[in-house]
Design a protein around this ligand. Structure first.
Ligand code: DP6
Length: 327
């Protein structure tokens, strides 16, 4: 008998970054992180378990993915089997809904959707907390994609205690949006996994990062409570830059940022000077994400379009919706 489940998960962008693991195998992070979940970018995944399948298979965006490329997913499926005490293999069909030009396939939405689809198919009745713990085993940032709005991933100390939860925000996220400036849509030269591990192990600035991230988390939570956009923005911009500077302190040093990333930062500065508050953040790649208040969104988009084309500038609302189970 075949059993299946299908789920949708949205991607999230960290405002306070996760950068470095305390445990590589269990994906326990060195620090708490905090994100917003985006409306426009998501993954839908259907998983079918059957005694007839001799191995797991993966179809991504309509194309079969080689065994070599799917290794991480198969390891994740082993964790699912262990948790559910099942020996069944699965056929996984996953579609990323991301504007084509963006090419921003996200492991966060991918593992959150896969965890939720497995939960549904195998009738595991997991709580959001347990789903977050499971998604975390695929990719750390996926732990936050179980939730809409603002979410915080508590680093915890072990598998039981490391999971995300949503943060009460009185619907403030409805007033905010995020603009993506796509500078490069190719896959990353240094994956976040290897970049953060190299930095944690070798960066002269890494301890400084750890020493200040809790303050940043506390400040952001305070800003959310007070709906203080300026305070929120200043903290997230500093936190993102500090994460990128840990990479410059690594031995050997490396950077994800390129000249166009700095050009976007300049435009953000100019918009602020002109009286339109907006703040940038960057992840393990050159693309820049800008947090704005919706009423100022168009001004900032117009400023960006003077230097970038329409395909490169994509705005998304922040969604309330966490994991959705689909028919
Ligand atoms: C810079 O979650 O992709 O986007 O746990 O190794 O799969 P793994 O890493 P991943 O790292 C995300 C890093 C980041 C910051 C963040 O999302 O918090």
């Amino acid at each position: 008998m075949n059993i299946s489940g299908k789920a949708r998960a949205h991607t999230n962008i960290a405002l306070i970054k996760y950068w470095g693991k305390a445990n590589e195998d269990l994906i326990i992070p060195m620090n708490n992180s905090l994100s917003v979940t985006l409306d426009k970018f998501y993954t839908e995944t259907k998983v079918t378990f059957s005694p007839d399948y001799k191995k797991d298979t993966l179809i991504l965006n309509g194309q079969e993915v080689s065994e070599e490329q799917s290794k991480k997913i198969y390891r994740f499926m082993d964790i699912v089997r262990e948790r559910s005490q099942s020996s069944l293999h699965a056929h996984i069909e996953s579609v990323n809904y991301v504007p084509t030009a963006a090419g921003l396939a996200s492991s966060a939405s991918a593992y959150a959707a896969l965890a939720a689809a497995c939960n549904e198919a195998l009738d595991l009745n997991m709580s959001d907390k347990d789903l977050s713990r499971l998604a975390r085993r695929g990719s750390g940032s996926a732990s936050r994609s179980i939730f809409g709005g603002f979410a915080e991933w508590e680093k915890g100390i072990d598998d039981e205690t490391s999971y995300a939860h949503s943060i009460e925000s009185d619907g403030w996220e409805d007033d905010l949006s995020m603009i993506f400036v796509v500078i490069n849509n190719q896959s990353k030269k240094v994956s976040s996994r290897s970049g953060m591990s190299h930095t944690r192990d070798t960066s002269r600035f890494y301890q400084y990062w750890l020493d200040h991230v809790d303050e940043d988390i506390a400040s952001v939570k305070q800003a959310i409570k007070q709906k203080d956009f300026k305070h929120l923005g200043e903290v997230i911009e500093e936190n993102g830059l500090r994460m990128h500077s840990t990479n410059l302190g690594a031995q050997p040093p490396f950077s994800y940022l390129v000249p166009e990333s700095y050009e976007v930062m300049e435009i953000v500065h100019k918009c602020r000077k002109a009286g339109y508050p907006c703040y940038f953040t960057m992840d393990a790649g050159p693309n820049v994400k800008i947090l704005v208040e919706k009423n100022n969104q168009q001004y900032i988009i117009d400023a960006l379009l003077e230097s970038f084309n329409e395909e490169q500038v994509i705005a998304s609302d922040i969604t309330h919706t966490g994991i959705e189970i689909m028919e």
